[in-house]
Design a protein around this ligand. Sequence first.
Ligand code: NAP
Length: 287
Amino acid sequence: MRISGHTKVCSVIGDPVCRTLSPVMHNAAFKEAKLDYVYVGFRVAENELQDAMQGVRSLGIHGINVTMPHKSSVIKYLDGLDPMAERIGAVNTILNEKGKLRGFDTDGIGTMAALEGKGVNLKGRKLLLLGAGGAARAVAFQAAREAGELTILNRSVGKARELARVLGREFGKPINGESLSPDRVNEELENTDVIVNATSIGMYPHSEEIPISSEWLTKNLCIMDLVYDPLETRLIKAAKAAGAKVINGLEVLVAQGAVSFEIWTGVKAPVEVMRAALVKRFKEAEP
Ligand code: NAP
């Protein structure tokens, strides 16, 4: 990588960002595609977000990924939104078009691509979605069109109910929003085909947590965990032990990153190189 005055800068902003793996994946992709781009991480506190967005314009930073906790709050500092990001109410990708910042959300498309990539079709099947935060909303808006049935369970039940109401109206099918309680999960599992964990349960430093009791998991389920830190969450381990089909957070990380890459560069993302770079980094980090 030869950095010069012409090199285009892309970045992830969040708080914290010290454990992000996006630079590993995107710098490998830029190198493979022979693009004069570089990707770095910037820690941005909530009260610095407006200044940071002005800094993106002033410095001519080309592309941004947005992670927790800024995915919704950044919207008010942008100049335009992709229609899907507007409906979701969250942005994880920004493109700087000559000083005008346009926001996109690639988490939902990435999740659908990761499911498809593993041969999982939601058509006519029941999806149990855990969470109603930024990532869950992105998944819900993409999945509601496809899934035969959708139930959203969240700790703050009001958010699950509101999301279910909005989606039900838009897609004209019954979508349930309820509390993420053990009883409710147990009840829902009876006829569920696919579970997507889009909560941060099980994420570092709380990697001992699991959103569903492991003894309720069966081989008939497909279980996807968006959490990728650690890669083998307790949910993924329990799902494997039960003989279920599993899709870990790395697949979503790669798929959403590929869409961001294409927004910034207009070039097809080298998906296998991105995945290999991440796998290598996970292996290096193993104890
Ligand atoms: P967010 O907007 O902050 O939402 C967090 C969600 O987790 C909310 O539904 C929240 O419930 C729930 N939650 C948090 N702690 C909980 C607990 N102790 N018990 C029950 N529920 C809890 O975050 P996000 O952006 O949606 O991200 C969620 C997770 O997905 C994170 O781990 C993130 O790293 C991961 N993610 C991965 C990818 C990928 O590429 N693999 C992409 C996006 C996100 P309340 O509403 O009740 O607070």
